[in-house]
Design a protein around this ligand. Structure first.
Ligand code: FE2
Length: 378
């Protein structure tokens, strides 16, 4: 049973659930979100009205509580019912103030002690529960590993096909990350790569990356991942001004490394939604262009913030490291988790293939699977 009290001559209503939780809803909000078949299409759930179809003076004329809330809107004289659970799930009347850098509750930050989230390729292909758990780990931690996949060129597309679609770029549908280590000259070692996000010069940036191992017989060459959100929040907690500088001003990124390509993007290194939600990071020393959008008076402080953030990212305690064997791969949320490669040396070869699936497809597949599970349980 929900209790109600009409507020402000019907401009709003306060609902109180049996456990004492209360929330206010505006009349115009309830009218816009009515669940009846004239407002929402029965088949696809899409809204059939536009904002202009709602009278300016819309208010709640009458209401009746119970297991659901039935509301009559004046002046339309329209009566609609909202399930109590739907209202509870969609309450927006919250008091807490969110600090800049807040995270949604499906996201959990981590440092080097995290156990690598991992699942077997055949289980992902054949077991919906295993796939759902693995996708939820990707959403939560921003990366996960896959073991036991086929050792064949292009197999990375089968990993992407588990949940979505690959974005084709000027590097192709997938690209080769291949270095032969010269066994006759140990001076030619595979250089390590600093932790980075890929292709910050694209707009939109690639949202996920899969790196799939086909050969890895060289010594070293471990993959490392660093939670860019954890690094950004560590910077904030050390020095809020530095976090503010990297999130308030845009950096610039560019790539003009092959003929006919001149990619540029202008975005902050730490990206916040207008309400302060931490939604993305970009960090890549190789493709950071001259930064032109920081005022002269803030540039020195900006560089100090950039330097300190890089130190945090390079701090070994932030990194989770693992070596990929042939047939193993990992996926990273490229808007959040940085990846790196340790240097490698000695005889042998290292051959990886990479591709950029889109994250919206991954999150959509996961949400649909979760809705299916909820409906089956009801
Ligand atoms: Fe990379």
């Amino acid at each position: 049973m929900i209790d109600h009290e009409i507020l402000d001559d019907g401009d709003a209503i306060r609902l109180t659930w049996p456990d004492g939780v209360a929330a206010r809803f505006h009349a115009v909000w309830l009218r816009d979100n009515a669940l009846d078949p004239e407002t929402r299409a029965v088949g696809n759930g899409q809204r059939l009205i536009a904002i202009g179809d709602i009278p300016h003076e819309t208010r709640i004329g009458a209401a009746e509580g119970g297991d659901a809330l039935t509301v009559s809107f004046a002046p339309e004289g329209k009566t609609v019912t909202f399930p109590a659970a739907w209202l509870r799930a969609h309450a927006y009347d919250r008091q807490e103030i969110r600090a800049p850098g807040w995270l949604r509750d499906t996201v959990e930050i981590w440092q080097g002690a995290l156990a690598v989230p991992c699942e077997e390729f055949t289980r992902l292909e054949n077991d919906r529960g295993a796939l759902g758990g693995w996708l939820a780990d990707v959403r939560r931690y921003g990366f996960a590993k896959v073991t036991g996949g086929p050792v064949e060129s292009g197999a990375l597309l089968r990993v992407a096909g588990l949940f979505g679609y690959v974005r084709e770029t000027n590097y192709g549908k997938w690209f080769e990350v291949r270095t032969e280590v010269n066994p006759t000259n140990l001076a030619y070692t595979g250089l390590g790569l600093q932790a980075h996000t890929d292709n910050p010069y694209r707009d939109p940036v690639p949202t996920m990356q899969i790196l799939y191992c086909l050969e890895n017989s060289a010594e070293g060459g471990e993959s490392m991942v660093v939670d860019g959100f954890a690094a950004a929040l560590r910077l904030r907690d050390e020095d809020a001004r530095r976090f503010d500088l990297l999130s308030r001003y845009c950096a610039r990124f560019e790539y003009a490394g092959s003929a006919g390509v001149r990619l540029t993007a202008r975005r902050p290194m730490i990206e916040l939604a207008p309400d302060g939600e931490l939604i993305g990071v970009r960090f890549n020393n190789r493709s950071t262009a001259p930064i032109l959008d920081v005022p002269y008076d803030d540039m020195a402080a900006y560089y100090a913030a950039y330097r300190r953030w890089a130190e945090i990212i390079d701090d070994p305690s932030m990194a989770v490291a693992f070596k990929l064997s042939p047939g193993e791969s990992f996926i990273v949320d490229n808007t959040r988790v940085m990846h790196a490669r340790r240097g490698y040396s000695g005889a042998g070869s290292r051959w990886l293939q990479g591709c950029y699936p889109d994250r919206d497809g991954l999150l959509s597949t996961l949400a649909a699977m979760e809705a299916e599970t909820r409906e089956a349980a009801e």
